[in-house]
Design a protein around this ligand. Structure first.
Ligand SMILES: [Zn+2]
Length: 397
């Protein structure tokens, strides 16, 4: 396996197009600026998209208040579940068309932001939702068609969904999650206000935080030349490993909340490079058993690291540096990650969160086809994916 240095030497003469991230407004209390941003972006009639669980949370009414102060009367669509489904996206499209909206403001966790993106992709582009599947040719949205202006406001830290134009959506008929993407759905603004994450319960703080941790690690391990993403991954890892345990223990600590929000945003930027088998397996478990995404990833993470990391000592060293570890071995690095997972209360197996052992073959066959599997740093046979899945279900650590 090539070391990162080899990759840079091999790729430094290749052409690269770097087009990210997006305009970001970061800082405590900045939600109050949303009206000004809407006016700047010529938004007059936005549809607010959130998930069912967030419908009655204070940030929804706060967002509405700030918009009304700017003479904008928003409507709310809250029909998105933790793993967004295609039938929910269709319901969101109907709400958008009925209200003749000109923009989408997605506020909440990753499911709200993914739901908002998926609605935006299919509502007025002239294409079906599944035409935007990541591996298909990019739909060319013709004259008279458009993507609505799109703003993201994450209230967890996080899925990192706020800067990207990709969305995971479950095809209910197939029982599989698919990655949808189109550069036209890139947010015009990501508004990062750590005050909005202060009320997040400690279990959700932990679960969304370990998702961000997984993004930073999986993205950094992808074997392609992308120094911008790699830098974001390492800085994200540094912030997350420092602030996650504090944010879980001290929910009111605004510095910890801010560190996590920026860290998860950087990790989200990093995974433009791709992800790996943690996400590939987790996507399919989530699609079938509706398990929480970050929690599922966190349980699978050490299992996949034990498979991927041997031979990647250079990358392990740089990740260890970011976490303040002195030249860790592969095993020492994984043990440190396991300590972090223990510290924030992550269970030790998927079995403990209700995933049965008899799904191994089915989940493995689906996972190996997931778009995240393509960028895993090590190729795997179906038998190897079976072993990873089975280990994660029975006893991951
Ligand atoms: Zn994730």
């Amino acid at each position: 396996m090539s070391s990162p240095v080899d990759i840079k030497q091999n790729c430094i003469l290749d052409s690269q197009d770097w087009t990210f991230p997006v305009p970001i407004a970061y800082g405590p209390g900045r939600l109050r600026e949303i009206g000004t941003h809407c006016q700047r972006l010529k938004i007059t009639n936005p549809l607010i998209v959130t998930d069912r669980g967030s419908k009655n949370l204070p940030f929804i009414s706060l967002l509405g208040e700030h918009l009304r102060k700017a003479s904008i009367q928003p409507q709310l669509f809250y029909g998105i579940s933790p793993n967004p489904r295609d039938d929910e996206i269709e319901a969101g499209c109907i709400a958008f068309r009925t209200g003749k909206h000109d923009a989408i403001i997605a506020i909440g966790g990753g499911s709200a932001m993914d739901g908002g993106k998926a609605i935006g992709m299919s509502v007025d582009s002239g294409f079906d939702l599944w035409d935007f599947e990541y591996n298909k040719p990019l739909p060319e949205v013709g004259a008279g068609r458009r993507f609505p202006v799109f703003i993201t406001i994450p209230t967890t830290a996080g899925t990192g969904a706020e800067t990207e134009s990709t969305a995971m959506v479950t095809d209910v008929g197939k029982g599989m999650k698919f990655c949808l993407a189109h550069p036209g759905m890139r947010p015009a603004l990501a508004l990062l206000d750590p005050e909005l994450t202060v009320g997040l319960p400690s279990n959700m703080t932990a679960w969304t935080g370990v998702d961000a941790l997984t993004h930073a690690i999986e993205a950094y391990l992808v074997q392609s030349f992308h120094p911008l993403c790699d830098g974001a991954a390492l800085e994200g890892l540094a912030l997350i490993s420092k602030w996650l345990p504090i944010a879980v223990k001290e929910p009111e600590n605004l510095a910890a909340r801010g560190g996590m929000l920026v860290g998860s945003c950087l990790a989200g930027v990093a995974f433009l490079k791709g992800l790996g088998f943690v996400h590939a397996i987790s996507h399919m478990i989530g699609a079938e058993y509706d398990t929480q995404h970050g929690l599922t990833n966190a349980i699978v993470l050490p299992v996949v690291l034990r498979f991927n990391l041997p031979g990647m000592e250079d990358k392990v060293k740089r990740m260890g540096d970011a976490m303040g570890l002195k030249n860790p071995s592969v095993e020492a690095f994984i043990i440190e990650i396991e300590h972090l997972l223990d510290e924030v209360g992550i269970p030790k197996s998927l079995g403990e969160i209700g995933v049965p052992a008899d799904c191994v073959q089915r989940i493995s066959e689906k996972a190996i086809l997931d778009s995240a599997a393509e960028t895993n740093p090590r190729t795997a046979t179906i038998e190897q994916v079976r072993t990873l899945t089975e280990t994660a279900i029975l006893r991951a650590r």
